[in-house]
Design a protein around this ligand. Structure first.
Ligand SMILES: [Zn+2]
Length: 56
């Protein structure tokens, strides 16, 4: 196993590469804690929402 630090693959706005250390270098999503937390929050928010029809 390489001993290098694997950095986040997440691209911030304007294609700026995030340089934080990835939380799981061998994981499917090589990202740091910040976007991971955002994704988890988005998923739980979406699941908590009642499904309403005809709303825009
Ligand atoms: Zn990051």
């Amino acid at each position: 196993m390489a001993d290098r630090i694997v950095t986040c693959r997440y691209l911030k706005a304007f294609n700026t590469q995030c340089t934080a250390e990835a939380i799981d270098p061998d994981g499917e999503a090589v990202i740091c804690a910040r976007p991971a937390a955002e994704v988890m929050r988005t998923v739980s928010d979406a699941q908590a929402k009642p499904r309403e029809k005809g709303r825009s």
